[in-house]
Design a protein around this ligand. Structure first.
Ligand SMILES: NC(=O)C1=CN([C@@H]2O[C@H](COP(=O)(O)OP(=O)(O)OC[C@H]3O[C@@H](n4cnc5c(N)ncnc54)[C@H](OP(=O)(O)O)[C@@H]3O)[C@@H](O)[C@H]2O)C=CC1
Ligand SMILES: O=C(O)[C@@H]1CCC=N1
Length: 271
C-alpha cells in the first residue's frame, strides 16, 4: 500500500499538524492514514481527504509507511506503540510529539535500531505559526530528516537540539507557552473589565495588544527590553504599571516558577 504517513491520534495537536501538512501541499491526503478511536475526529480527518481508521486492525495488511507520527497522550504511548512494533527496526521513521517520552522508550518497545524523531510542536501550528523543536536519534537517515523537516515547516518555524534532555525545557517554554500567553490575555481582559471597559472592547484590546507586541518583537531588530523602554515614558503610565510587574522581579519569578513546574512535569511524564 502506498500510504507514506500514518498519523496515530488526531486530537488537538495531531489535527493541527495534519491540516498544515495537507494545506501546504507537502503531502497528499491520499498518502495519509489516520488512526483515531474517536468517530468525530475520524470524520474531521476524512473531511481533509485522508483515510481514517479506528485502530491498528483497520490498517491495510500490506501498509509500509515511511513515517509514523505518534500524537497520543504520553500516558497512552506504551500501550499504543506495541501495535506499531512491526514497523520498528526498519525503514519507517517514528515521529513523536508526546511530552516527556524519551527516544529510549520508543527504542525499547519498537527495537533499538528504530529511527526516532522527537518533535515538540505548539498549538499555533494550527495556523502555520507554530514553533517546532526536534531531536533525532542516530538511526534517522538524512532523507527522512529532510522529509520530516519539510513537513514540519508547513506548521511554522523549526529548530533542533542536540541534547535530548533539553526537550523538557523546550516543552515547558514553547510547547506549553501558548497556554501561558492565552492566560495572560484572559488576565488582561479581566483587568480591562475591572477598569470599566465593556466585554467586547476588553477582549479586542487585549488580543490586539498581545498580537501587535508579539509581531513587533518578532520583526524588530531591537531586543524586547528596548521595545519595552520605547513604550515607557518617564514617570508615565507604563512605568507605573511596570513597577508592579517588575518590582521585586515579580513576573520574572512567576514565569520562572511556571516554566520549572512544566519542565519537572515533562520529566515525570517520561519516567
Ligand atoms: N495540545 C498541545 O498544545 C500540545 C500537545 N502535545 C502532545 O501531543 C500529544 C497529543 O496531545 P493533544 O492533541 O492535546 O491530546 P488529544 O487528547 O486532543 O489527542 C489525542 C488523541 O489520541 C487519541 N487516541 C487515544 N488512543 C489512541 C490510539 N490507540 N490510537 C490512535 N489514537 C488514539 C485520543 O482519542 P480519545 O480521546 O478517544 O482517547 C485523542 O483523540 C500529547 O502527547 C501531548 O504531549 C505537544 C505539544 C503541544
Ligand atoms: O500540556 C501538555 O502536556 C502538552 C505538552 C505541551 C503542551 N501541551
Amino acid at each position: 500500500m502506498t500510504a507514506k504517513l500514518v498519523l496515530v491520534g488526531c486530537g488537538h495537536m495531531g489535527r493541527a499538524m495534519l491540516s498544515g501538512w495537507i494545506g501546504s501541499g507537502r503531502i497528499a491526503p491520499t498518502e495519509v492514514v489516520v488512526v483515531e478511536p474517536n468517530e468525530d475526529l475520524r470524520a474531521k480527518a476524512a473531511a481533509l481527504g485522508c483515510a481514517a481508521v479506528a485502530g491498528t486492525e483497520g490498517l491495510p495488511a500490506d501498509i509500509f509507511p515511511k513515517i509514523v507520527v505518534i500524537a497520543v497522550k504520553p500516558q497512552a504511548i506504551r500501550d499504543v506503540l506495541a501495535g506499531y512494533a512491526r514497523f520498528g527496526n526498519g525503514a519507517t521513521t517514528f515521529v513523536s510529539i508526546a511530552a516527556g517520552t524519551s527516544v529510549a522508550t520508543f527504542e525499547s518497545i519498537l527495537g533499538e535500531k528504530t529511527p526516532v524523531i522527537r518533535c515538540m510542536p505548539n498549538l499555533p501550528a494550527a495556523i502555520g505559526k507554530g514553533m517546532m523543536v526536534v531531536f533525532a536519534n542516530g538511526h534517522v537517515s538524512d532523507k527522512a530528516r529532510d522529509f520530516v523537516a519539510g513537513l514540519l515547516a508547513a506548521s511554522g518555524e523549526v529548530a533542533s537540539v542536540d541534547d535530548e534532555r533539553l526537550m523538557d525545557a523546550v516543552t515547558a517554554v514553547s510547547g506549553s507557552g501558548p497556554g501561558y500567553v492565552f492566560h495572560f490575555i484572559e488576565a488582561l481582559i479581566a483587568a480591562a473589565r475591572t477598569a470599566g471597559l465593556p466585554a467586547e472592547t476588553a477582549a479586542r484590546l487585549a488580543v490586539q495588544t498581545v498580537y501587535g507586541a508579539a509581531t513587533m518583537a518578532a520583526t524588530s531588530s531591537e531586543e524586547p527590553g528596548v521595545l519595552r523602554q520605547q513604550v515607557t515614558s518617564h514617570k508615565g503610565t507604563t512605568a507605573a504599571g511596570l513597577d508592579v510587574l517588575m518590582g521585586d522581579e515579580a513576573l520574572t519569578r512567576l514565569i520562572t516558577e511556571t516554566v520549572d513546574a512544566a519542565r519537572r512535569r515533562s520529566i515525570e511524564l517520561g519516567s
